[in-house]
Design a protein around this ligand. Structure first.
Ligand code: H79
Length: 433
């Protein structure tokens, strides 16, 4: 018995390195997690040199573009219409509470002023402006959170170790130089967390690039510790498509709501961390000139509601144009979502996934004794809610307070609606005991 216990303990030590297990989020960090959950809606911005090629952010590797040729794009990057105040205002109007900006995507170009590489928007372009600084100042001024996307992979740098992607960009050394690349990333992260005010989250992407090399050590513990040391409230997020690692503060899902896996990137279990789903507004993250296939405002609102019902935030993406403007259709969608949020925001912000889970008709969000029933898709006037162990005191249409009749039986309550719901989201507010 004793030996079995000993070998079990030994196994635990081997399986879980001490440092990884020792992550204890600080009070500030725990508070930031709750505030993050309250925000519910953010806008992702994918912007880099790839905007100029207008075929999405993976063009460099998809077309095996030579890294030295690709870098020449920088000499022509002059987004003359870039206006951070205009971006932030358009995004704020949607009701989004934070922006996540790509500081450096897989192409390797830094969209901020960095001492650690000249391949950045200030030193390598005629534009010479630190767009991140302008954006950060404007976010802080207009009172909206700022999160920073940071790629773990780099298809340009010679010291970046090759993974599954970026092999055809002409870099000479597949082995790279990990120590040099790791120091570079940490130096840049230090700049990002020092020069741009309060940062809500660092949003990593690219760990999946070494999926054929599972022993690859990204040295994340130390990197995460650096982030938490520089800004204790900064949330660490990593879009690695697997179960969260110690040191991470939120769990991300790409192109799917938690627990769903239509895109094939989200087979992982849903953890107890705050959740975020990122999704594209058309079909691509970076600007793609031929992709006008934007989701309708109805679809976008319903996706946001479906995320909230699943207790997740929605991070909805826009790919700004090479001229520095947000695509017109995207701005229009933002405005229309904002109109809806003006009325219904109360049933989204600050809520948690409600006690009646997701159903094909929709689901619920909850705040205190209020349960908001979000009906997205129902061809019926009656709606059964499995609320056997709760007492419903009142039910009313959220939009105008019209009372809703209901019946109780042993399994729960049935709402008796005035008509078959046709709105984007028919919200019934229940007062629970
Ligand atoms: O920044 C956006 C994208 O550029 C990046 N993440 C979002 C937020 C991204 N693009 N595609 N992916 C992530 C999906 C990666 C898919 C993978 Fe694979 C499947 C990685 C490993 C298996 C296919 C094969 C792509 C790389 C190797």
């Amino acid at each position: 018995m004793k030996t079995r216990l000993l070998s079990f303990l030994l196994l635990c030590c081997l399986a879980f390195p001490v440092r990884a297990q020792s992550y204890q989020p600080t009070e500030e960090n725990l508070k930031a997690r709750q505030e993050f959950r309250d925000k519910k809606f953010g806008i992702f911005l994918h912007w880099g040199l790839y905007a100029m090629l207008a075929t999405g952010e993976w063009t460099m590797t998809n077309n095996n573009l030579n890294y030295k040729e690709y870098a020449k794009l920088a000499g022509g990057f002059y987004p003359s219409k870039f206006d951070a105040a205009k971006w932030v205002a358009a995004i704020k109007a949607s009701g989004a509470k934070y922006i996540c900006f790509t500081t450096r995507h897989h192409e390797g170009f830094s969209m901020f002023d960095t001492k650690y590489s000249d391949y950045n928007i200030v030193d390598a372009t005629p534009f010479k402006r630190d767009v991140l600084k302008e954006l950060a100042d404007e976010c802080h001024k207009q009172g909206i959170g700022l999160h920073l996307y940071y790629s773990h992979i780099d298809w340009y740098r010679e010291d970046a170790v090759w993974g599954r992607t970026g092999r055809g960009t002409g870099r000479p050394n597949p082995k790279g130089n990990w120590d040099s690349y790791y120091a570079f990333m940490n130096n840049q992260l230090t700049e990002l967390l020092t020069n741009y005010g309060l940062i809500g989250a660092i949003w990593f992407d690219g760990v999946w690039d070494q999926d054929e090399n599972p022993d690859f050590d990204w040295e994340l513990d130390e990197q995460y510790a650096l982030i938490h040391k520089l800004q204790p409230s900064c949330l660490v997020a990593n879009n690695h498509h697997i179960t969260p690692f110690p040191g991470e503060d939120i769990q991300i899902f790409e192109r799917d709501l938690p627990g769903e896996n239509t895109a094939g990137l989200s087979g992982q279990d849903v953890s107890s961390l705050p959740l975020e789903t990122c999704q594209t507004m058309n079909g691509m993250w970076g600007y793609k000139i031929t992709d006008q296939n934007y989701k309708s405002t109805r679809e976008l609102i319903q996706y946001l509601v479906s995320a909230a019902v699943k207790d997740a935030n929605l991070l909805m993406n826009i790919g700004p144009q090479p001229d520095g403007e947000l695509p017109e259709v995207a701005v229009q969608r933002l405005a229309e979502m904002g109109e809806w949020m003006k009325t219904y925001g109360e049933t989204i912000y600050g809520t948690r996934g409600g006690c009646v889970g997701p159903h094909p008709w929709g689901g619920t969000t909850q705040k205190g004794d209020k349960l908001y029933v979000h009906i997205l898709n129902l061809q019926d006037k009656a709606l059964f809610l499995p609320l056997a162990d709760r007492k419903v005191k009142k039910a009313r249409y959220f939009v105008d307070g019209t009372p809703v009749k209901f019946q109780k039986n042993n399994e729960g309550y049935t709402l008796l609606l005035n008509a078959v719901p046709t709105d984007v989201d028919t919200v019934i507010e229940l007062e629970l005991d």
